[in-house]
Design a protein around this ligand. Structure first.
Ligand code: ITT
Length: 184
């Protein structure tokens, strides 16, 4: 079985491939830029993306909208994560948190699948923003995020290790369980 993943992010594709290939699902990346609206939640951004894409692509397909929510910054960058990563980057986030004691943060991922109807699967992982970047794996904010209960950052983990505990891995688990019941 093949699944189209609409994303321009190669790191997300790598995680999806590692997650789904053992189930016999082949992930095909499709790079179609879709408008990411300014909204209050990742769910709204994902739903808008699906509504825009469904008139332009053959179903089924899915997308992933994710964000890093930092408690001391009242959830920033959250829905603005892509823009903030492009502009401030990890160094900018570390600067914003200089002298800040509360390092708690979480990642959230919203996977939206469209097969004529919209299906939403979410995952969340708690952790903290460390003081210096560590690790070369993963992508995005991974070098500065250490999940709760672990001493490694996401960037120091293999893709399999990250998938086991990450926001996206959890959303993929819910998605794959749904697929097993409904399709595979
Ligand atoms: P799409 O084409 O799939 O939209 P994107 O990189 O723009 O790719 P998002 O809109 O979901 O993705 O933006 C989320 C931002 O948060 C982006 O800068 C990512 O690098 C970062 N991010 C998302 N998931 C992450 C993860 O698992 N680890 C580290 N950073 C992550």
């Amino acid at each position: 079985m093949k699944m189209i993943f609409v994303t321009s992010n190669r790191g997300k594709v790598r995680e999806a491939e590692r997650y789904f290939s053992p189930m016999g699902v082949k992930i095909i990346q499709m790079k179609v830029e879709y408008p990411e609206i300014q909204a209050d939640s990742l769910e709204e951004v994902a739903e808008f993306g699906i509504r825009w894409l469904k008139d332009r692509l053959d179903a089924p397909f899915f997308l992933d909208d994710s964000g890093l929510f930092i408690e001391a910054l009242k959830g920033f960058p959250g829905v603005y994560s892509a823009y903030v990563y492009r502009t401030l980057g990890n160094d900018g986030i570390l600067k914003l948190l200089e002298g800040v004691e509360n390092r708690r943060a979480h990642f959230k991922s919203v996977v939206a699948y469209y097969d004529g109807e919209l299906h939403i699967f979410t995952g969340k992982t708690e952790g903290r923003i460390i003081h210096d970047k560590r690790g070369r794996g993963g992508f995005g904010f991974d070098p500065i995020f250490q999940p709760e209960g672990f001493t490694k950052t996401f960037a120091e983990m293999t893709t399999e290790e990250k998938n086991r505990i990450s926001h996206r891995g959890k959303a993929f688990r819910a998605f794959s369980e749904w697929l097993k019941e409904n399709l595979i």
